[in-house]
Design a protein around this ligand. Sequence first.
Ligand code: FES
Length: 126
Amino acid sequence: MCQYTTKRQFDNLKMPKILAQGKTIECVSKSNLRTILLQNGIDLYNDGAKVINCRGIGSCGTCAVKVEGEVSAANWRDQARRSLPPHSPTTDLRLACQTQVLGDVKVTKFDGFWGQGSRIVWTPKG
Ligand code: FES
Protein backbone atom coordinates (compact mmCIF):
# COMPACT_ATOMS: atom_id res chain seq x y z
CA MET A 1 0.00 0.00 0.00
CA CYS A 2 1.23 3.47 -0.87
CA GLN A 3 2.14 5.59 2.12
CA TYR A 4 1.00 8.78 0.35
CA THR A 5 -2.75 8.98 0.63
CA THR A 6 -3.56 12.05 -1.41
CA LYS A 7 -2.58 13.26 -4.87
CA ARG A 8 -1.31 16.45 -3.26
CA GLN A 9 1.11 14.53 -1.06
CA PHE A 10 2.29 12.56 -4.08
CA ASP A 11 2.71 15.70 -6.21
CA ASN A 12 4.85 17.27 -3.49
CA LEU A 13 7.35 14.43 -3.99
CA LYS A 14 8.03 15.37 -7.62
CA MET A 15 11.55 16.57 -8.26
CA PRO A 16 11.27 18.98 -11.17
CA LYS A 17 14.30 19.52 -13.41
CA ILE A 18 15.47 23.00 -14.31
CA LEU A 19 17.57 23.45 -17.44
CA ALA A 20 19.51 26.72 -17.33
CA GLN A 21 22.84 27.90 -18.73
CA GLY A 22 23.87 24.35 -19.62
CA LYS A 23 23.08 22.87 -16.21
CA THR A 24 20.35 20.45 -15.20
CA ILE A 25 19.22 21.09 -11.65
CA GLU A 26 16.75 19.03 -9.64
CA CYS A 27 14.71 20.75 -6.96
CA VAL A 28 11.78 20.15 -4.67
CA SER A 29 8.42 21.08 -6.18
CA LYS A 30 7.38 24.65 -5.33
CA SER A 31 11.00 25.79 -4.94
CA ASN A 32 11.70 29.45 -5.60
CA LEU A 33 13.31 29.74 -9.04
CA ARG A 34 15.67 32.59 -8.08
CA THR A 35 16.97 30.74 -5.03
CA ILE A 36 17.64 27.54 -6.94
CA LEU A 37 19.38 29.30 -9.83
CA LEU A 38 21.67 31.28 -7.53
CA GLN A 39 22.45 28.27 -5.34
CA ASN A 40 23.62 26.46 -8.46
CA GLY A 41 25.85 29.19 -9.83
CA ILE A 42 23.59 30.33 -12.65
CA ASP A 43 24.24 33.92 -13.82
CA LEU A 44 20.73 35.16 -13.11
CA TYR A 45 21.69 38.84 -13.12
CA ASN A 46 23.33 40.85 -15.88
CA ASP A 47 26.15 43.33 -15.30
CA GLY A 48 25.64 45.66 -12.32
CA ALA A 49 22.40 43.93 -11.36
CA LYS A 50 24.60 41.24 -9.81
CA VAL A 51 25.27 43.76 -7.03
CA ILE A 52 22.27 46.08 -7.26
CA ASN A 53 19.10 44.04 -6.96
CA CYS A 54 16.28 43.76 -4.47
CA ARG A 55 17.40 40.33 -3.21
CA GLY A 56 14.15 38.71 -4.19
CA ILE A 57 11.39 40.94 -2.90
CA GLY A 58 10.03 41.55 -6.38
CA SER A 59 10.67 45.28 -6.73
CA CYS A 60 13.74 45.67 -8.98
CA GLY A 61 12.78 43.50 -11.95
CA THR A 62 16.37 42.46 -12.73
CA CYS A 63 15.76 38.72 -12.24
CA ALA A 64 13.50 38.55 -15.31
CA VAL A 65 13.89 35.39 -17.37
CA LYS A 66 11.92 33.46 -19.95
CA VAL A 67 10.55 30.27 -18.41
CA GLU A 68 9.12 27.40 -20.42
CA GLY A 69 7.39 24.73 -18.39
CA GLU A 70 5.19 24.34 -15.37
CA VAL A 71 5.49 27.18 -12.88
CA SER A 72 3.19 29.08 -10.54
CA ALA A 73 0.88 31.73 -11.99
CA ALA A 74 2.37 35.22 -12.05
CA ASN A 75 1.54 36.89 -8.74
CA TRP A 76 0.68 40.58 -8.36
CA ARG A 77 4.29 41.62 -7.66
CA ASP A 78 5.51 39.90 -10.80
CA GLN A 79 2.74 41.43 -12.90
CA ALA A 80 3.11 44.89 -11.37
CA ARG A 81 6.90 45.13 -11.80
CA ARG A 82 6.84 43.78 -15.33
CA SER A 83 4.16 46.30 -16.26
CA LEU A 84 6.67 49.12 -15.66
CA PRO A 85 9.40 50.17 -18.14
CA PRO A 86 11.80 48.99 -19.31
CA HIS A 87 9.76 45.82 -18.94
CA SER A 88 6.56 45.34 -20.85
CA PRO A 89 3.52 43.41 -19.70
CA THR A 90 3.25 41.90 -23.17
CA THR A 91 6.58 40.04 -23.09
CA ASP A 92 6.65 36.46 -21.87
CA LEU A 93 9.21 37.00 -19.12
CA ARG A 94 8.81 36.14 -15.46
CA LEU A 95 10.52 37.38 -12.31
CA ALA A 96 12.50 34.39 -11.03
CA CYS A 97 12.14 35.59 -7.44
CA GLN A 98 8.35 35.45 -7.67
CA THR A 99 8.15 32.10 -9.45
CA GLN A 100 7.69 28.64 -7.96
CA VAL A 101 8.87 25.64 -9.95
CA LEU A 102 6.08 23.07 -10.28
CA GLY A 103 7.41 20.84 -13.07
CA ASP A 104 10.32 20.57 -15.51
CA VAL A 105 11.31 23.98 -16.84
CA LYS A 106 13.72 25.55 -19.32
CA VAL A 107 15.12 28.99 -18.55
CA THR A 108 16.54 31.61 -20.92
CA LYS A 109 18.19 34.92 -19.96
CA PHE A 110 18.14 38.00 -22.17
CA ASP A 111 20.44 41.02 -22.16
CA GLY A 112 19.92 44.41 -20.57
CA PHE A 113 20.26 45.49 -16.94
CA TRP A 114 16.78 44.16 -16.20
CA GLY A 115 17.06 41.19 -18.56
CA GLN A 116 14.54 42.97 -20.74
CA GLY A 117 16.56 42.92 -23.98
CA SER A 118 16.06 40.93 -27.16
CA ARG A 119 19.51 39.28 -27.35
CA ILE A 120 20.00 35.97 -25.59
CA VAL A 121 22.69 35.89 -22.88
CA TRP A 122 22.29 32.18 -22.14
CA THR A 123 19.82 29.43 -22.98
CA PRO A 124 18.77 26.23 -21.24
CA LYS A 125 21.64 24.47 -23.03
CA GLY A 126 24.34 27.00 -22.25
S1 FES B 1 15.33 40.05 -7.48
FE1 FES B 1 14.39 41.99 -7.67
S2 FES B 1 12.56 41.56 -8.71
FE2 FES B 1 13.46 39.61 -8.49
